[in-house]
Design a protein around this ligand. Structure first.
Ligand SMILES: O=C(O)c1cc(=O)[nH]c(=O)n1[C@@H]1O[C@H](COP(=O)(O)O)[C@@H](O)[C@H]1O
Length: 231
C-alpha cells in the first residue's frame, strides 16, 4: 500500500470510532489505535478494525525496562499489527530487546521509536532537563534508534529530512503534528501541513483531530488527499 496516511482514531470507544471507520477505504489509509481506545476496548478494537481490512499502527509508546518492553512489543506483534512504537529515550538496551524479540519470533511488525513528542518545544524540553534544541535532540535519538535496529522513528516533519540524511532513506519517518491550513494547532507545537511534510521527507503522516474533529471528516480527508496529490 503506497498511501502515507495514518488516521489517529483517538476516540473514547469503538462505537464512536466506527461511523468514521466505516466510511474509510483501507486502500487509502491506515489506522492508528492509541492509548484511549486501547485502554477502553483492548485488543478487540484492533481485531475489529483488522477485520474491516485496515492495517493498524498500535501506538502505545512503550517506555520501561528492556524485559517489560520486549514482552509488550511481542504481545502487540502477536495481534498482527502493522506497526508498534516505543520511546527512544528508553535507550539502546530497551530498543534492542524489543527488536530481538520480534526477530526471534519472525514477526514482521514494524518497530519504530518516538524521538521528541511533537507537542514539545525547546522550552518544554528544558523543563525536563534537556537543554538541546528539540530538533537536535530528535536527531540524536533518531541516530540511537537506527543504531538499535529500529525500522524508523516518530518525529516532527520539521526533522524528517535531517533524519533521512543521517539514518538513510529506508528508515521510516512517521510524522504527527500535521496541520492542514484549515485546521487549528491544538496542543501540537512542531507542526507542518500535509504537503510540506511529504516534501520535507516524511514517509508517513499521522493525522487525528483535523479529520476526526472536523465538521465533516470525509470532506477534511478529501481536502488533505487533494493537497497531497497536488490538485
Ligand atoms: O506516536 C505518535 O503517534 C505521536 C507522537 C508524537 O510525537 N506526537 C503525536 O501527536 N503523536 C500522536 O499522533 C496523533 C496526533 O493527533 P492530532 O494532533 O489530533 O493530529 C495523536 O494520536 C498522538 O498521540
Amino acid at each position: 500500500m503506497s498511501t502515507p496516511l495514518i488516521i489517529a482514531l483517538d476516540h473514547a470507544s469503538l462505537a464512536t470510532a466506527l461511523p468514521l471507520v466505516d466510511q474509510l477505504d483501507p486502500q487509502r489509509c491506515r489506522l492508528k489505535v492509541g492509548k484511549e481506545l486501547f485502554v477502553r476496548e483492548g485488543p478487540q478494537a484492533v481485531a475489529a478494525l483488522q477485520q474491516r481490512g485496515f492495517e493498524i499502527f498500535l501506538d502505545l509508546k512503550f517506555h520501561d525496562i528492556p524485559n517489560t518492553v520486549a514482552a509488550a512489543v511481542h504481545a502487540a506483534a502477536d495481534q498482527g499489527v502493522w506497526m508498534v512504537n516505543v520511546h527512544a529515550a528508553g535507550g539502546r538496551q530497551m530498543m534492542s530487546a524489543a527488536r530481538d524479540v520480534l526477530a526471534r519470533h519472525n514477526l514482521t511488525t514494524r518497530l519504530i521509536a518516538v524521538t521528541v513528542l511533537t507537542s514539545m518545544d525547546d522550552a518544554a524540553l528544558e523543563e525536563v532537563g534537556v537543554t538541546l534544541a528539540a530538533a537536535v535532540q530528535a536527531l540524536s535519538l533518531a541516530q540511537l534508534a537506527a543504531d538499535s535496529g529500529m525500522d524508523g522513528v516518530v518525529c516532527s516533519a520539521q526533522e524528517a529530512s535531517e533524519v533521512a540524511s543521517h539514518c538513510g532513506d529506508d528508515f521510516l519517518r512517521v510524522t504527527p503534528g500535521i496541520r492542514p491550513a484549515f485546521a487549528v494547532q491544538d496542543d501540537q507545537r512542531r507542526i507542518m501541513t500535509p504537503a510540506s511534510a511529504m516534501a520535507a521527507g516524511s514517509t508517513h503522516l499521522v493525522i487525528g483531530r483535523p479529520i476526526t474533529r472536523a465538521d465533516d471528516p470525509m470532506v477534511a480527508l478529501e481536502r488533505i488527499e487533494q493537497e497531497l496529490s497536488g490538485e
